[in-house]
Design a protein around this ligand. Structure first.
Ligand SMILES: *[C@@H]1O[C@H](CO)[C@@H](O)[C@H](O)[C@H]1NC(C)=O
Ligand SMILES: *[C@@H]1O[C@H](CO)[C@@H](O)[C@H](O)[C@H]1NC(C)=O
Ligand SMILES: *[C@@H]1O[C@H](CO)[C@@H](O)[C@H](O)[C@H]1NC(C)=O
Ligand SMILES: *[C@@H]1O[C@H](CO)[C@@H](O)[C@H](O)[C@H]1NC(C)=O
Ligand SMILES: *[C@@H]1O[C@H](CO)[C@@H](O)[C@H](O)[C@H]1NC(C)=O
Ligand SMILES: *[C@@H]1O[C@H](CO)[C@@H](O)[C@H](O)[C@H]1NC(C)=O
Ligand SMILES: *[C@@H]1O[C@H](CO)[C@@H](O)[C@H](O)[C@H]1NC(C)=O
Ligand SMILES: *[C@@H]1O[C@H](CO)[C@@H](O)[C@H](O)[C@H]1NC(C)=O
Ligand SMILES: *[C@@H]1O[C@H](CO)[C@@H](O)[C@H](O)[C@H]1NC(C)=O
Length: 326
């Protein structure tokens, strides 16, 4: 019922027969008329009406008022019907292969035998509407990858002219032509098409609506709008990670410094205790002597110098001299 047929009488052939253009959709029904004006009011019982394709294969024959399948080619058997009111033959379940020219013939069986009365040619074009284009993401949208998506549409005929993408932002619409990839179904001869788009995310926005358009000879088919949003989430994630790493590094550094400081401090204390110990001994020893002297104490396993300076002043007033030894 949804079938729309447009018929144009385009030319009158030199033979006087009319040629007519007929259109049908794939898998639907084609009307192939025979525009014979029966001015003499000849009854169908005296007429032979039949249709042939380009290869002279018979699609349908009405012989003296009765359908006669004997001459009908097997590929057309069961696919045709005839409307006696307007002399139109209908071809059902139209395939892409059915496109081409068809001829109807009208012969009159009179007393003197068969007489050719009429003949006309129809050109049948077959169309299939491409499916609504569908957009799919090829990779998630990030600032680095930009917009990377594909659009596909299937089961159409004939080939589309082009596929393009409309990128709509708040203030502008930019059109990008896609590189079309076409494949054909060997069996049905229908086409599947796809195109991909890979563009940087437009500046100054984080919200772009993409619409894919498939252009055919007769029409433009639009995909549903596909919203792409540049999420800032990738950036904060990185920043959080960075902050975390830096924090951990700083904390570790502080801990290491603290431990080292503690260690050094402890060792210093220990050394000072050692020094203090040795100094006491020295003082004891020294105090037994009655000499002024300075002792330098050097710790065994240390690069850091700890000094113990002990200075004794002789209480004997007859001190020869005040000497300092290092
Ligand atoms: C042809 O039409 C029939 C119903 O009319 C449907 O079931 C079938 O899927 C259609 N085939 C194709 C290839 O579109
Ligand atoms: C044609 O013939 C039918 C009967 O076969 C008749 O009813 C009709 O009026 C005729 N029409 C013309 C235009 O002669
Ligand atoms: C012929 O008539 C039938 C109904 O009687 C109609 O469905 C069809 O569209 C007509 N065809 C043309 C070519 O007028
Ligand atoms: C194909 O598309 C046209 C308009 O784009 C529409 O009028 C027609 O009904 C569609 N045919 C089928 C079979 O879907
Ligand atoms: C996009 O990212 C999600 C996780 O964030 C992942 O599950 C999905 O597979 C990704 N999609 C593509 C097309 O890379
Ligand atoms: C787009 O996605 C495809 C498939 O995942 C990939 O091969 C290609 O490198 C991507 N392009 C960009 C610009 O990210
Ligand atoms: C279609 O036919 C071509 C060659 O004629 C062949 O290479 C291809 O594999 C066929 N595809 C299918 C889906 O049968
Ligand atoms: C869009 O236009 C509005 C006002 O017309 C302006 O405030 C805004 O900045 C524009 N946005 C972009 C991305 O240019
Ligand atoms: C993107 O912008 C459209 C209109 O410009 C708006 O309707 C939609 O809510 C926005 N989406 C986001 C996620 O901002």
């Amino acid at each position: 019922m949804g079938l729309r047929i447009t018929l144009f009488v385009t030319a009158l052939l030199l033979s006087g027969a009319a040629s007519l253009k007929s259109q049908a959709y794939f898998n639907e029904t084609a009307d192939l008329p025979c525009q014979f004006t029966n001015s003499q009011n000849i009854s169908l019982g005296e007429l032979i009406i039949f249709w042939q394709d380009q290869q002279m294969l018979v699609l349908y024959e009405l012989y003296l008022g009765n359908e006669k399948p004997d001459n009908v080619a097997t590929k057309y058997l069961g696919r045709t019907s005839f409307d006696q009111d307007n002399w139109t033959m209908r071809l059902h379940n139209v395939q892409i292969k059915d496109k081409g020219s068809y001829q109807c013939f009208v012969h009159h069986k009179g007393p003197k035998g068969f007489l050719h009365l009429f003949q006309m040619t129809s050109e049948l074009s077959v169309f299939a509407n491409f499916s609504e284009p569908e957009i799919r993401l090829l990779s998630n949208i990030t600032e680095k990858s930009g917009i990377n998506l594909t659009c596909s549409s299937s089961q159409g005929y004939p080939q589309p002219i082009k596929i393009s993408f409309l990128l709509k932002t708040q203030n502008s619409t930019v059109e990008h032509d896609g590189v079309m990839v076409i494949s054909q179904d060997n069996d049905t001869e229908l086409y599947n098409v796809s195109a991909s788009l890979s563009v940087p995310f437009p500046d100054g926005t984080n919200n772009v609506t993409v619409i894919c358009v498939v252009y055919t000879d007769s029409t433009e088919i639009f995909s549903p709008p596909f919203n792409t949003v540049l999420l800032d989430s990738s950036k904060p994630e990185d920043q959080i990670l960075l902050v975390a790493i830096v924090t951990i590094l700083i904390i570790s550094a502080l801990v290491v410094i603290f431990i080292v400081a503690l260690f050094l401090n402890k060792r210093k204390k220990r050394q000072q205790q050692q020094i203090a110990g040795s100094c006491e001994e020295t003082i004891k020893m020294e105090s037994e002597e009655t000499k002024e002297r300075v002792k330098i104490h050097e710790p065994e396993q240390n690069d850091e110098e700890a000094q113990c300076i002990v200075i004794h002043y002789s209480k004997t007033p007859s001190g020869n001299n005040n000497a300092t030894h290092f």
